[in-house]
Write a protein that binds this ligand. Structure first.
Ligand code: FE2
Length: 166
């Protein structure tokens, strides 16, 4: 069972932490689409939904530029570590997955782990906002690789409405 209070608290904290314009390409609208992508993909992948939802709000919150910003993922992971035992009330195995997903999300990898793979897919499915169509070869989960999901995510990332069955 996901704690809505936990997700809301982390979303608020991530917004406060974010040093750039919250309306930019790595800001809140991106996080919300990553969140929506993650919730959908997790239904099919068997990912830990709490980790996937937390990743959406945390993974880019320590960016200092909209460029490649090397190790912004590590900074997000370390920021998450500072919240442990305080607002970030998840168990050790969930934290390890969240830390890993944040740290390495910028490295262009795929993962066999359902939770880490779903986190990375949810982020990559939003590449349309910078005019990049997600490449199925760079998506980790079977469901995210489908044309239906890529098209759904791409339309939303370009500012259009889209619906998806199933
Ligand atoms: Fe992102």
């Amino acid at each position: 069972m996901v704690s809505e209070k936990l997700i809301k608290n982390i979303r608020d904290i991530a917004k406060d932490r974010f040093p750039m314009s919250i309306d930019g390409i790595h800001g809140i609208r991106h996080w919300e689409r990553v969140h929506e992508n993650g919730v959908y993909v997790a239904k099919h992948s068997g990912a830990d939904l709490t980790v996937v939802r937390l990743f959406a709000y945390l993974h880019d919150c320590c960016r200092e530029s909209d460029g490649s910003d090397f190790e912004h993922g590590l900074r997000a992971a370390e920021f998450a570590a500072t919240l442990r035992g305080n607002v970030l009330t998840i168990d050790d195995s969930q934290f390890d997955l969240l830390y890993h997903a944040c740290e390495f999300h910028e490295r262009g990898r795929i993962s066999d782990d359902a939770t880490v793979g779903t986190c990375w897919d949810s982020d990559r499915l939003d590449l349309g906002r910078v005019s990049i169509k997600p490449d199925p070869k760079l998506l980790s989960t079977e469901r995210a690789r489908t044309k239906a999901v890529i098209d759904w995510a791409y339309k939303r990332s370009r500012g259009h409405k889209a619906t998806l069955k199933g």
